[in-house]
Design a protein around this ligand. Structure first.
Ligand code: APR
Length: 242
């Protein structure tokens, strides 16, 4: 993982690395529902019926329609002030985003280093071979849309019970943080929620979320009980001034 350098007054400086773990809350102000708070998706539906391999085996059409509905919302959503604030951080820091979100709002805001732990809803995956992934140019996957091996296309997302194949690289990135941010996540889904443990204990950490709480065993954690759209711009301005 290369270090980022900047030149200031003819001196080379190694840019500090900020690692940001984001969850559904950072996209809430863009109109994308969260899962467990407010009118979150898993408050209305059972994820076992819509976001698991057994749901796909039982009723692939229902699962396909559920993700089409979510993908259409993502297609029409726009990045909010929280996403944009993280892009401004790149003026002075080497920023690495690790997101649990399947939307592409970080990328559309302009963030350059985004790792999707739970997949990307704007891509499709072969239901026969997970290595076959396809960019979608439209929000709808239809029954009968097949991969090159003749199997039905499914959403390119990690379902409950499936392996989080990107967790090793994510742990490595977390361990290199000079500053660690957590934004808009309930911190209840592992292994993502465990990434904060891989950040060095001595570095400053910030948790931006209206329901942020002191994560046990984590030191130097500042709680910012605010939305991403308000709390992040304020935090970013502070970090850029330091
Ligand atoms: N700004 C910041 N945070 C917000 C906002 C907002 N405007 N609105 C809500 N939140 C916070 C809530 O307080 C909550 O802590 O976002 C968090 C959303 O939590 P969850 O719905 O549990 O979402 P997340 O933590 O991302 O879930 C993790 O679970 O279902 C799986 O794969 C799914 O990636 C998801 C994972």
């Amino acid at each position: 993982m290369g270090a980022f350098f900047c030149i200031f007054e003819n001196q080379f400086y190694k840019m500090k690395r900020i690692v940001v773990l984001t969850g559904a809350g950072i996209s809430a102000e863009s109109g994308i529902q969260t899962f467990r708070d407010g009118d979150g998706l898993w408050k209305k539906y059972r994820f076992q019926d819509l976001a698991s391999p057994s749901a796909w085996a039982r009723d692939p059409k229902l699962v396909t329609e559920f993700y089409n509905w979510r993908r259409k919302i993502v297609w029409e959503a726009l990045p909010n002030e929280g996403h944009k604030a993280l892009v401004r951080l790149e003026e002075k820091f080497d920023v690495r985003i690790i997101t649990q979100n399947v939307d592409d709002l970080h990328e559309r805001a302009g963030s350059k280093n985004v790792l999707h732990l739970h997949g990307e809803i704007k891509k499709a995956q072969s239901s026969a071979d997970p290595n076959l992934v396809y960019e979608l140019d439209h929000w709808e996957i239809k029954m009968g849309d097949f991969c090159e091996k003749g199997s039905q296309l499914r959403p390119n997302v990690v379902w409950f019970g499936e392996a989080v194949t990107q967790i090793e690289p994510a742990m490595q990135i977390a361990s290199t943080a000079d500053i660690f941010l957590v934004v808009g996540t309930s911190m209840v889904v592992y292994p993502a929620a465990g990434l904060i443990v891989y950040a060095r204990q001595d570095i400053p950490k910030y948790y931006v979320d209206p329901n942020a709480f002191k994560v046990s065993g984590i030191s130097n954690l500042e709680i910012i009980k605010n939305t991403a759209g308000k709390g992040l711009p304020e935090l970013v301005e502070k970090l850029l001034q330091e």
